[in-house]
Design a protein. Structure first.
Length: 248
């Protein structure tokens, strides 16, 4: 943040189940303390983010950065049986998530079952828009396991075509940042021209508060923060459907 900005620290107790591997690819199942550090700086390109944990890799000028900070954090987390992940978007900022194994101190809310039997289910048809085939197949599986019918699209243009051809779609579930020149916000606006009052659930690696501060979201938008658990996905789907705007 060369001109200053906001640094947000958040903590959460989470439980990762065996079948959460598609979302938490590098984290073993178990109970963790999650520490998330978010800035609203320049963000990283995918190429830079992919190398962020490499020792001595830095984008700073000579003498202004060693490139050891993130690699040391990564090493500490791994030595503790945890993990570190980075989510970044150019122009929006960066979130680093540190997963540390939780000490055994008795049961709490995070220890309660997080399976499909404890999550609200549905029967509606959900249009899922995701360009990454690996992530898309994982999301489809999770949503179908909650009882929904699923229609999939790879980008905004594909999603609009699906909406026009399938009148049974009840909800749009889209990432905020997508390739192809159309963001999730733009897709939602165009989708509601085709289908007024269509419920929309957005997903992003950033919390809703951060997106609102950056002017990237409306305060009343229903946003599911990545990575998410089954019970969070299930609840947000119901929240989005309940918040549907009734056309006048």
């Amino acid at each position: 943040m060369p001109s200053g900005g906001h640094l947000t620290l958040a903590t959460e107790l989470i439980t990762i189940e065996d079948d959460d591997g598609a979302v938490h690819r590098e984290v073993a199942p178990g109970s963790y303390v999650l520490i998330a550090v978010t800035d609203d700086g320049e963000g990283m390109t995918p190429e830079v983010a992919a190398r962020a944990f490499e020792p001595f890799f830095t984008t700073k000028e000579v003498g202004k950065g060693s490139g050891l900070g993130l690699s040391m954090v990564y090493g500490f987390a791994k030595q503790s049986g945890g993990h570190v992940s980075i989510y970044s978007e150019a122009g929006l900022g960066t979130t680093a998530r540190i997963y540390l194994p939780r000490a055994s101190t008795g049961r709490s809310q995070a220890d309660l079952p997080d399976g499909e039997d404890t999550a609200p289910r549905g029967y509606e048809t959900v249009l899922i828009v995701e360009d990454d085939p690996f992530v898309r197949s994982s999301v489809i599986r999770r949503v179908e396991a909650l009882g929904y019918r699923v229609v999939a699209a790879v980008n905004g243009k594909d999603a609009l075509q699906q909406l026009q051809s399938d009148p049974g779609i009840d909800l749009l579930f889209t990432d905020i940042v997508m390739p192809g020149g159309m963001s999730g916000w733009e897709l939602a606006d165009q989708a509601r021209r085709v289908r007024p009052g269509l419920p929309v659930l957005f997903t992003s690696g950033y919390a809703l508060e951060t997106l609102v501060e950056q002017g990237r979201a409306q305060a009343r938008a229903v946003v599911l923060t990545k990575p998410y658990r089954k019970v969070e996905l299930a609840q947000r789907l119901r929240d989005a459907l309940a918040a549907a705007v009734v056309p006048s």
